[in-house]
Design a protein around this ligand. Structure first.
Ligand SMILES: Cc1cc2nc3c(=O)[nH]c(=O)nc-3n(C[C@H](O)[C@H](O)[C@H](O)COP(=O)(O)OP(=O)(O)OC[C@H]3O[C@@H](n4cnc5c(N)ncnc54)[C@H](O)[C@@H]3O)c2cc1C
Length: 374
């Protein structure tokens, strides 16, 4: 058995970024993925992911979001791929909604560029929206989206070019920590590694006894052909999020097919078994989305073009886990999901590489430690 420096279990958003960062640092790394990368069974498919600076979830994410932008641009520079598109983002709702109040709090605390617009100003600047009088919008020019599958495939390509070994269609069946190394058992054999990064997404708790209660939930997303395409001119239709009494919705400008992606954050919060594929997108999912489209974006509510389901892996406090296992420090757990991790993945790859090579990172990841669950 030839020992390797680091094995990465799971090559979704986080694992592909970690493998890329490690390989570029010259570390002997092996990445193992049970399916074909950029597949549609986990948390990282669906073409696009929102990126934004003013972070409604908590202002402490802003430095990480700031670091993500140059990390995506560096990957673009190295590969010539277009991964990050800045469109601006408008976040709408009542002034006291978590989305609007949280975004403003983060934007003000970190002196981020932003504008506050009343409902009429939002509708005159972005004429596709229909808002109630008591809604406002916070516009941030830096918002946009990351190309999801392209980000994974690009990082794996770079990782391979830098010497990483990439094994696909191979499932890890056990991770067995030993005193000073780890055995990674797959259907094809056993790998002895100095360290393991477990970035298995929604499958994490099926592989490791993590000291946190994780819930995997089914999400739904859909693409609609706008009924009035002229209202969706890119200059007048940015990435958006909107909160009302039923939840938070989000969407993207029409893609190259002219299809507008629209979804509800957390959708129905339906817990699922990570080992069982989620139910396919159905009429009830479509009704939830059409109801909101009809209220706030009627010009978008044309025929359904595409739809799929996806998974969130939720921690109890909806913050990420990026930490070593308390009893097995040679096992690094990377579970940055809770429905909002993708935008950070390029920089989280660097953080995971820092932890594996130096034992520490200059980024503040104290919010993501296991000890908060103690
Ligand atoms: C619908 C939806 C919308 C979202 N929107 C946003 C957004 O707008 N902005 C944002 O920042 N984030 C968003 N997120 C969250 C973001 O996409 C996730 O945080 C991120 O994709 C998680 O990546 P991951 O690498 O942890 O998981 P995954 O990408 O699921 O990767 C885990 C990988 O591990 C592999 N694996 C698991 N077990 C094994 C095993 N035993 N052996 C080998 N391989 C294994 C899996 O096959 C999978 O490829 C969204 C998520 C969803 C589902």
């Amino acid at each position: 058995m030839t020992p390797v420096d680091v094995v990465i279990v799971g090559l979704g958003a986080m694992g592909s970024a970690a493998l890329c960062a490690l390989a570029r640092r010259g570390v002997g790394a092996v990445g193992i993925e049970q399916f074909s990368p950029a597949h549609a069974f986990g948390s990282s498919h669906g073409r696009t992911r929102v990126i934004r600076l003013g972070y409604f979830e908590h202002p402490s994410y802003v430095p990480l979001a700031r670091a993500a932008y140059p990390a995506w641009r560096e990957l673009e520079r190295l590969t010539g791929e277009r991964l990050l598109t800045v469109t601006g983002i408008v976040e709408m709702g009542r002034p006291d909604s978590r989305l609007v109040a949280g975004t403003l709090r983060a934007a003000r605390q970190h002196a981020l560029p932003h504008e506050v617009l009343d409902a009429h100003e939002v509708m005159s600047r972005f004429p596709a929206f229909r808002l109630p009088e008591d809604f406002i919008g916070v516009f941030q020019p830096d918002g946009g989206f990351v190309a999801a599958e392209a980000a994974i495939l690009t990082q794996l390509r770079l990782a391979g070019e830098a010497g990483a070994e990439i094994r696909t269609g191979e499932r890890v069946v056990a991770i067995e920590p030993r005193a000073d190394h780890v055995l990674v058992v797959t259907a094809n054999g056993v790998i002895r590694a100095a360290q393991v990064i477990v970035s298995a997404g929604s499958w994490l708790s099926t592989l490791l006894p993590v000291p946190a209660r994780l819930t995997v939930t089914r999400q739904a997303l859909a693409w609609f052909e706008p009924r009035e395409p002229t209202r969706f001119d890119p200059a007048r239709f940015p990435v958006f999020m909107l909160q009302d009494d039923t939840g938070i919705y989000y969407g993207f400008p029409p893609d190259e097919r002219g299809a507008l992606k629209f979804a509800k954050h957390h959708h129905e919060r339906e817990a699922i078994d990570p080992l069982v594929p989620a139910r396919e997108f159905d009429a009830a999912d479509e009704a939830i989305l059409r109801n909101a489209l009809g209220r706030y974006l009627p010009a978008a509510a044309g025929p359904l073009v595409e739809a799929t389901t996806c998974r969130y892996t939720m921690t109890p406090d909806e913050d990420f886990i990026i930490d070593r296992l308390p009893d097995w420090p040679q096992v690094i757990v990377a579970s940055p999901c809770s429905g909002h991790g993708f935008k950070f993945s390029a920089v989280i790859g660097e953080i995971l590489a820092d932890l594996a090579t130096k034992g520490e990172t200059p980024h503040d990841i104290s919010r993501f430690a296991f000890n908060r669950f103690a």
